[in-house]
Design a protein around this ligand. Sequence first.
Ligand code: ADP
Ligand code: MG
Length: 280
Amino acid sequence: MNASAVISTDNTIRDSGDQSSAAFGHVLAPGVDISHKAILYLDDITVSFDGFKALNKLTLTIDAGELRCIIGPNGAGKTTLMDVITGKTRPDSGSAFFGQTIDLSRYTEAEIAHAGIGRKFQKPTVFESHSAFENLELAMKTDKRARASLLARLTAGERDRIGETLQLIELEAVAGRPAGLLSHGQKQWLEIGMLLMQEPQLLLLDEPVAGMTDAETERTAELFKTLAGTHSLIVVEHDMDFVTRIAKKITVLHEGSVLAEGSMEEVQADPRVVEVYLGR
Ligand code: ADP
Ligand code: MG
């Protein structure tokens, strides 16, 4: 399949052509139908590993532009949930839709990424010997020929997009520095920037502030609040100060199911949540 193919609303794969000039931070993905407000629907999802249910009839809806925090004890199924959304793990039952029409069960991991779901893993995977600028350039969604070489000339539009992203992730001042010399937090931001270069609609972030300093954590909170609205975000995080700072709506997972959902005040006041997670 062509590397720049995307899934369109009628569930067919089509060649998107050169999208490198597409606007940065758009709300509406060409191809993702969010006409009913939601960008992600998980319905009655069960994932079993040798009979053990890592996800157990999980139902979850994320609205377009939402910043959703997911919390829960270790083993609750948070990472498995992200694996299902990105196509890494296939559910035994239930359905997962991206927007109204894209049935995620029908696509490969690579196709799902191209359709607009970006995932950041815990460990940064930047190219250490390349500069921050070059890392963003390498991540940019251009055709394969252009991506094959950093020597390929950037268009003014591409240069602008990289510049805007550097500004957003606050790495302008160190744009020329090899990524290996950046702080842990800066590497994490760079990787978020690399994800953004691929123009995802939905971003999945697994423990994004783990290992960050307090100042870096605070700046990450600001970044996520900036991204919400133009992007939809699902953030798994144990750092409750961070969650408190960014969350509007929180989903508490426990034993593979949704235990509670609501504002921070609501979930904090829920005795079941206190018992399985917050009270520990
Ligand atoms: P969390 O991210 O909330 O800590 P996970 O989704 O990683 O939880 O795991 C949920 C449960 O599923 C855990 O009990 C874990 O041991 C189990 N699990 C996850 N992945 C696998 C796998 N590939 N094989 C077997 N068990 C798994
Ligand atoms: Mg996990």
